[in-house]
Design a protein around this ligand. Sequence first.
Ligand SMILES: Nc1ncnc2c1ncn2[C@@H]1O[C@H](COP(=O)(O)OP(=O)(O)OP(=O)(O)O)[C@@H](O)[C@H]1O
Length: 608
Amino acid sequence: MDPVRTGGLRVVRAAVVLCVRAAPGTVALSFVMMFVGGVTPVGLAWSTKLLLDGITAGDPAGRNAGVAGLVVLGVLTALLSHVRRYCDQELSRRVKVRTQIELFTAVSAYQGLAEIEDSAFHDRLRIARDASEFAPVQIMSSLLTLASSVITLAGFGYTLLRASPWLAGLVLLSALPTLRAQIRLARRHGEMIVRASPFWRRQAFYAALLLDPRAAKEIRLFGLAGNLRTRMAREIHAGQAEERAQDRETLRVDLGLAAMTSVLSGAALAYLAARIAAGHGTAGDLVVLIAALAATQTALTSAVLDVATTGELITTFGHYIDLTSRARPQPRPVAELAALTGEIAFHDVWFRYAPGQEWVLRGLDLVIPRGRSVALVGENGAGKSTIVKLLCGFYAPVRGRITWDGVDLADIEPLELRRRIRATFQDFMTYELSAADNIEVGDIGGGRGRADLAAAADWAGIGETLAGLPRGYDTLLSRTFSDSAGDGGHEPTPGVVLSGGQWQRLALARAVLRTSADLLILDEPSSGLDVRAEHEIHRRLSELRRGRTSLLISHRLNTVRDADTIVVLRDGVVAERGDHAALMAAGGVYAGLFRLQAAGFADETVPR
Ligand SMILES: Nc1ncnc2c1ncn2[C@@H]1O[C@H](COP(=O)(O)OP(=O)(O)OP(=O)(O)O)[C@@H](O)[C@H]1O
C-alpha cells in the first residue's frame, strides 16, 4: 500500500475544518468547555487551600469562599463531562455524514475499473472509511484536551515553580522520555493497522458470504459453511495476532513509564512534606502543592498521549485525505462528443489487465461502422467482454488507439462517451430496488415516466409479469429487504424474487431505455432465456439493430447470423471477418463452429 502523502499539519487542519463546517455551534461549545475544563483543577486546588487555611486560621470569610468555590466547581465538573459527551456524539454524527458522502464522491470519481479491482486500493479505502467515522472528531477532541492540559499546566506549573524550581523542572523533564516513547508507539500502532487491514477485509468478506442469499444454495449444497467459518476464523486470528503483538509492546512501554512516574511522584511528595514540616508553608500550601504535583503529572501524561494519538490518527485519517483530494489523471476532454457519423475503430490495440499478465488483445483491428450491426464470436476467454469494457472506457489500451469518428477515446470525457452507449453486460446487475427503479437506472436523469418504463418492459417481454406483481412496478425485487422503507401508508410486505430469465429481460429493458444512445452493446443478452423467449428476443433485437450501430456477442451462432459483419476473435486478434454466407463459404473457424452447433440439433433423435 502506498504511504500516506499528505503532511501531518494539513491532515490536522482538514480534520478541524471538517468539524467546524459540520457543526460550528457544537465546536464553539466544546471550546468553552475546554477552557473551563482547563481552569477547574486549578480553581479546585485553590478553593481547598482557602477552606483549609480559613479553618486553621479561624477566618470564616476564607472558609466560605473555599466552600463556595468547591461547590460551584464541583457542580461544573459533574455537568461538563455529560455535556461534553453529548457534544462529541453529535459532532461525530454530523462529521460521519459529511465524510461518507465525500469519500464515496471521491470513489465514484474514478471512472475506470482499475482501482475498484485493486486489492491495495480496497485496503486503503477500508482504513480511510473507518478513520473517517471517528478520526476528525478525535483529532479535534485531542487538540482541545491538549489545550485544556496546557491551561492546567500553566496554572499549576507556576505554583510548583514558586515552591521549588528544580522540582518543577524535573517533573517537566520526566515528560520527555514519555513523549518519545508514546510517539513511537503511536507510529507502530498506525503501521499495525495498515498491516492488519487485509485480514479484516477478508474476514468481512467471509462473513458477508456466509450471509449472502445468492451464495446460500451452494454453501448449503456443498456444505461450505464450516470451511468458510474456518477461513474467517483464520483471518480473525491473523488480525488479532498483529494487534496482540502491538498491545504487548504498548504494555511493556506503559509499565516502564508508569513505574518511572510513580517513583518520581513519591520522591517529590516526600520532599514537599519535609519542607512544609520544616516550617516552609501552611497545611493549605501542602494541599495545593500535592494537587499541583498530581495535576501537573496527569496533564503532562494526557498532553503526551494526545500528541501521540493525534500522530496515529494523522496516519489513518491521512488515507482519507489522500483518497478524497488526490489529483486524478485528467483526460484531455473535447468540448462535446458529437453523434456518431462515421465509425468506431480499434487500431492495433494491445491490452492486458496488469503488467506481467497475459495479453488479452494482441494488436486488434476492428471497425464498427455507423448504422451497421457487428457480431463478435470466439471461445471462452477470447477477450470479447474485454472489448466491450474498452469500448465503454473502463480501461485504456496499453498500446494502440480506439477512435470514435477519428477522436481517440483517451481524449473523450468518459461520462460523455457513456452517454452515447447503451448496453447489457454478460454479468448484468440485479438491484434490490423496485421493478420500476430496476429499469429506470438505465437512463437515470433522463426524465423517463412510468409509460416509458412499461414500454421498455413490454418490449423485453416482462411487462405483464411486472404489472401483475403485488404492488405492480413499485414491488421491491428483493428477499433481504421488505418494501415499507421510505413510503409509509401500507404494511411492510416482503419483496419478490424474479427468476434468472426474468431478471435478464429486466436487464434488457434497462438497456434499451436510453433511446438517444448511438451504440448498442449486447453481451450475451439471451443466455438465460428459454427457447421461445430467446427466439422472440432475438427477433426484436434484430429489428432494433437494423440501421443502428450495434455490437452483439453470443455463443449461440444462430443468433448472430443476420449481423452485417461477424468477427471471429482468436489469440487476441481477428481471425475471420465477413457476413454469415461469406464465412460459411470460407469454411474456416466460424463455419466449423456453426456446423458443430447445428449438428447438435440435427443429430438429436426425438423419441416418439
Ligand atoms: N478484470 C479482470 N482482471 C484480470 N483479468 C481479466 C479480467 N477480466 C477478464 N480477464 C481475463 O481476460 C481474458 C478475457 O476475458 P473476457 O471476459 O474478455 O473473455 P470472453 O471472450 O468474454 O469470455 P466468455 O466467452 O467466457 O465470456 C480471460 O483470460 C480473463 O481471465
